[in-house]
Write a new protein. Sequence first.
Length: 209
Amino acid sequence: MQNVTIFDHPLIKHKITLLRDKNTGTKDFRTLIEEIATLMGYEALRDLPLDTVEIETPICKTVQPTVSGKKLAIVPILRAGLGMVNGILALVPSAKVGHIGMYRDETTHIPHEYYCKLPENIDERLIIVLDPMLATGGSAVDAITLIKKRGGKNIKFMSIIAAPEGIKALTEAHPDVEVYCGNVDERLNENAYIVPGLGDAGDRIFGTK
């Protein structure tokens, strides 16, 4: 699919298998989420803007490239997206972090926004939207629509596990957004959970039910 990258790296696949296991505890689950986000972020940030800086090596002065962290915004979709933030910050510690709060109606499965706080100059930044699960795609579509209304233009979306339905909804609504997924699962069940999936990512990250 255009603008969709599905990772096939053995380490990502291995760590996703550990995530899926219902016996994986909260501490290990959080660690795995961060590690997978870092591995995925390495590729997703391939076109991160570079600045130049003058430094002095033991041999001479030289002008060299440096990552422009001031031009990166990480925007997790609350609450599960928070679990991926430190994985990206490990790569770019100077990145700015915004937050978008969405909750899903348990009956209709429709997402509703309850919070939005974005870094300033959002129109000038590369924006990475994070959510471990791309199920129906509703939250991702609405979050990106909200970011665009606030001026965001250069947007990427990262999820660890996606359903085909979610990818279809997101790419149709926002064909300009690059999508990165650790794995595409079989389908959604009648409760709009990904199969085989890993359950509720937010509950497993924060130890709630």
